[in-house]
Design a protein around this ligand. Structure first.
Ligand SMILES: NC(=O)c1ccc[n+]([C@@H]2O[C@H](COP(=O)([O-])OP(=O)(O)OC[C@H]3O[C@@H](n4cnc5c(N)ncnc54)[C@H](OP(=O)(O)O)[C@@H]3O)[C@@H](O)[C@H]2O)c1
Length: 217
């Protein structure tokens, strides 16, 4: 079971949708039980190809408890407090951090400096008994939410735990069009997170949905 913490936003719902379509059970978490349940119902009713028992919803705590792999999809502003609250429930689990710390000001986007280096490194410090993996920070929610379209992007996966990283790389490739790239250890997650600011600014210039592809490997 994949649990989405802060899964009621576009990124969490988009990833949950793609993984449910790929045949995995998902649980949409929220700060409010009802919102999590409603987001799950929205996915179930819109996408009839997903069997209804594959998508459930409730609180973030429930999502953390029932999941084997938890995906953190809150805004950066809520990242630290959310992880502190769920520390015990996430113990021993793979925690995929999707968060890109960004600031939106005067029509442009910039990356927020994170004291620990990146949101993913902050997560690993807050969750010393979990296996934190940084991934999907560049995957556009808008694209994820159109399941008829392949994603056409690389997902760079960073972790200090090789086995957890390999599991998340396999997970990423369940989404059609995604190629997973081994991004090395967690200290490289900062570059991946910051790249999201650049992609959003490029999107504004070209009125497009940009993504990344690594060549030469
Ligand atoms: N959107 C994209 O295209 C995209 C692409 C790549 C990466 N990301 C990253 O993915 C994460 C989620 O993106 P999003 O666009 O889905 O975000 P979002 O809609 O702003 O937030 C996702 C959910 O987080 C919960 N939340 C909001 N504020 C919170 C707080 N202070 N503390 C705890 N939970 C809070 C809300 O759920 P409840 O109110 O139901 O609790 C909300 O529905 C972000 O960190 C973003 O950087 C997004």
């Amino acid at each position: 079971m994949l649990g989405f913490i802060g899964g009621t936003g576009p990124e969490g719902k988009g990833l949950a949708l793609r993984f449910a379509i790929s045949g995995l059970s998902v649980f949409i978490g929220s700060r409010e039980k009802q919102r999590g349940a409603e987001a799950a119902e929205e996915i179930r009713s819109q996408f009839t190809e997903i069997s209804s028992d594959m998508v459930a919803g409730g609180t973030n705590k429930e999502a953390a408890i029932v999941s084997d792999i938890s995906v953190i999809c809150t805004p950066y502003a809520g990242h630290k407090a959310t992880l502190e609250n769920l520390k015990h429930d996430l113990k021993g689990k793979i925690v995929v951090d999707v968060v890109a710390p960004l600031s939106f000001k005067k029509g442009s986007v910039s990356a927020i400096t994170v004291e620990e280096g990146s949101a993913a490194e902050q997560a690993q410090l807050l969750l010393p008994d979990s296996l934190v993996v940084g991934a999907f920070q560049n995957a556009s929610a808008e694209d994820l939410l159109i399941p008829s379209q392949d994603l056409e992007c690389d997902v760079i996966v960073c972790s200090n735990d090789q086995s957890a990283k390999e599991q998340v790389m396999l997970l990423g490739e369940r989404i059609p069009g995604v190629r997973s790239i081994d991004g090395g250890n967690l200290q490289n997650a900062r570059y991946v997170e910051q790249l999201t600011a650049l992609l959003i600014n490029i999107n504004k210039i070209y009125n497009a949905h940009s993504s990344i592809k690594i060549v030469g490997i």
